[in-house]
Design a protein around this ligand. Structure first.
Ligand code: BJW
Length: 225
């Protein structure tokens, strides 16, 4: 059974109405993503950062999976391939579409994390940095999100899966943020064939064996079927 590792980014959720990071101005209320998505940004202005994630949590809850999310769930469900979806996205549209073998390498909006003791629990719709941790009671609640400078989750599972894959597919990601941006090179060095499905050529597009460009809701179902 062919093993397929699929990396997804913000572009796969764009047609569900969730904004990408680097489109147009790449700003949120005049703040660059690097300002609101860092531990330093959180230490500087926790109220602003919680507002950013509260708004994103509300947007994700109101969104629905689109034809691209559904096509990937079908690919896994038909049982002909062993599919692993590694998403950089913090929305839950893959799981709501039915994908089961899924890694959220940058965390999830539905999770809360205690910055003091590391305890994790389901996030309330509206979170505040003053919320006490249910385990240690310290007012150190933060979103369970991987910020710049932090180690993405489950890399020890992702890298071996990538190296032993029969195909690596990258969908809807600009190829600007590491380590995910390096997956195509990692796959290439392991002799794994690579395919890019993106609206436009990504930063690393020339490294892929094949690239198909267009909206995810068209190119992903067309590739799957
Ligand atoms: C469509 C479409 C449609 C639109 N259909 N397509 C210098 C050099 C190299 C690395 C570094 C460096 N300085 C610092 C670093 C490391 C840093 C990094 O990469 N920085 C870069 C900015 C240079 N990385 C980190 O800090 C990471 N940690 C780390 O490296 O730890 C150390 C380590 C060492 C060794 C091994 C492993 C680790 C952590 C990165 C955390 C990223 N966090 C964010 C925010 C948090 C999550 C959140 O709030 O949502 O994650 S940043 C943001 O970018 C978010 C995304 O997941 C991530 C990627 O963005 P993505 O998904 O690619 O979105 P866009 O908007 O960029 O692109 C969308 C694409 O879709 C575009 O191409 C469109 O064309 C396309 N598109 N509509 C199809 N309809």
């Amino acid at each position: 059974m062919a093993r397929i590792v699929i990396l997804t980014g913000a572009g796969i959720s764009a047609e569900s109405g969730i904004r990408t990071f680097r489109a147009s101005d790449g700003l949120w209320e005049e703040h660059r993503i690097e300002e609101v998505a860092t531990p330093e940004g959180f230490a500087r202005d926790p109220v602003l950062v919680q507002r950013f994630y509260n708004a994103r949590r509300a947007a994700a809850a109101a969104a629905q999976p689109n034809a691209a999310h559904l096509a990937l769930a079908e690919l896994e469900a038909d049982g002909r391939h062993q599919v692993l979806v590694v998403t950089q996205n913090v929305d839950d549209l893959h799981e709501r579409a039915g994908t089961q073998n899924l890694i959220h390498m940058h965390g999830t909006l539905t999770g809360a994390l205690c910055a003091a003791c590391g305890h994790r629990w389901p996030a309330p719709q509206e979170m505040s940095a003053k919320d006490p941790c249910p385990a240690c009671s310290k007012p150190a609640t933060r979103p369970d999100i991987v910020w710049f400078g932090e180690m993405p989750y489950r890399m020890e599972e992702i890298w071996p899966a990538l190296r032993r894959a029969d195909l690596f597919v990258s969908i809807g990601t600009s190829g600007n943020v590491y380590p995910a941006a390096g997956f195509v090179a990692d796959a290439m060095h392991a002799g794994v064939p690579t395919l890019e499905l993106n609206l436009e050529p990504s930063t690393g597009t020339r490294m892929f064996d094949e690239a198909r460009h267009g909206p995810a809701t068209q190119v992903v179902p067309a590739w799957v079927r």
